[in-house]
Design a protein around this ligand. Sequence first.
Ligand code: ADE
Length: 259
Amino acid sequence: MSPFKPVKIDILTLFPEMFAGPFSNSILKRAQECGLIEINLINIRDFSANKHRTVDDAPYGGGAGMVMGPEALFGAVEHVLNTRGFDLLPGRVVLMSPQGRPFNQMLADKMARENNLVLICGHYEGVDERVRKELVTDEISIGDYVLTGGEIPAMVVVDAVTRLVPGVLGEAASATEDSFCGGLLEYPHYTRPREYRGMGVPEVLLSGHHEEIRKWRRRESLLRTLERRPELLRTAELTSEDKEILRRIKSSINELDLS
Ligand code: ADE
């Protein structure tokens, strides 16, 4: 058992079976077994206000599609608050929605520090606005595209959050050295064999010279970020050495452009 308080994650969904695969394998499975996270799946349909167990209805004012009504969602969230003994408040009640705030590493980091998270998986054309106004503290989108429901986004969030919970990753260094930590993309990795199909490994990595390896990795991180995600450099934590490296990379690119 872990010395840490587990992060308790309640997921409100119409399709609890969807979570079985991702949550019962690999790191997410181990994190639960070790008591580092606790995942509780709640079927929204169990809180339906009618005998047919429906949770959606046609939109007032007309229009295409169906809307998730307030009764079942209020019932499900209140059930979670009651079972958590209200120690949840003022924790986060998050609606997964393409209209939400973009999910990123910084938000994952903040969420990994919460004791409780409630994730609501939206469906149909959307959820009744009263749910948004009264229950939801945060709306999160995993990207500018529309999925069929909030289940896969909730899995993405749980995965990204779980690996940041202290004790989940074997080596403490793994989470702090990976892509986006410090705001840069990760440097290239190599492992055995030393030569594969005629492709070698950069000499510096075989040199055993730790300072040279550190510098090479940092330069590669900066180069990769500049090439693929230059906008990240605006908010990355850059040292004066980093800025000097970037200046040199940019001026060598400019020289190439001129020739
Ligand atoms: N539900 C449907 N699409 C979504 C998205 N991109 N992010 C979060 N929830 C969603």
